[in-house]
Design a protein around this ligand. Sequence first.
Ligand code: SAM
Length: 263
Amino acid sequence: MDEFNYKKSLGQNFLQDKNILENIVKVANIEGNSLTIEIGPGSGNLTKEIAKVSNQVLCYEIDDRLETYLDVNLKDFTNIQIIFDDFLKRNLNNDLKDKKYDNLYLVANLPYYITTPIIEKVINSNLKFKKIVIMIQKEVGERFNAKPGSKEYNSLTVYLNYYFNLNKEFIVSRNCFIPKPNVDSIVISLENKDNLLNLKDKNKFNKLLKDSFKFKRKTIKNNLKNYDLNIISKVLEKYHFTLSSRAEELPLEVFVDLSNSLN
Ligand code: SAM
């Protein structure tokens, strides 16, 4: 890849360490008749490890300059399909509709500039993933399963914890990438919760979360001033919070109750 002109704007930091690549795939514990989605195969380092254990691999790569590298690197595999397109523009359900598999996985070293949109898209697809294993920026990963009251706790934390059991797996130093990024990374695994809390309207829940955390220092009363504050106050009281509480103090079930009560 010596002559390749890496694009920072596309989050192109390629992982070189074979042990780490293998360990990422191990975390996914791919089994059965499996289909694994990878977003951003780059030159195919991680793809190769996935393809050794997954029956089928479906990759999305936005940069078609990588096609020649992928052709060479993955020439020994017949179970890999690469779609050269922006993952965020794809209709995932359509792409998967003719595929036969029992277990669906997502394993990826994500382009960090679109971590949240990618996760939102995956959740909104309603596809049932057996396990999602993603490498993301370490600071973002710290937020994923932050506890209420900590400074890392934000709307994404609540959103993710509604859907998933999250595990921080291991940290990967910036030195393991070419080119070397400015941040360290973390591998996170996500597994669907068996029993989701009953939510009447997912879109309203998402909007409520974004509004509640809009200004970090502001109270619920200020951030949600366009909502029915009487209803909000009554719900908060049940959990011993008030309109002067801040969003970062409220656990998941309070947001779910608020969202359902406001419908
Ligand atoms: N999988 C490789 C690895 O682990 O070394 C590369 C990972 S690199 C962090 C992210 C990859 O995502 C790059 O190859 C980049 O071109 C690709 N990418 C960036 N934006 C994308 C998008 N919207 N859709 C699909 N791929 C994208």
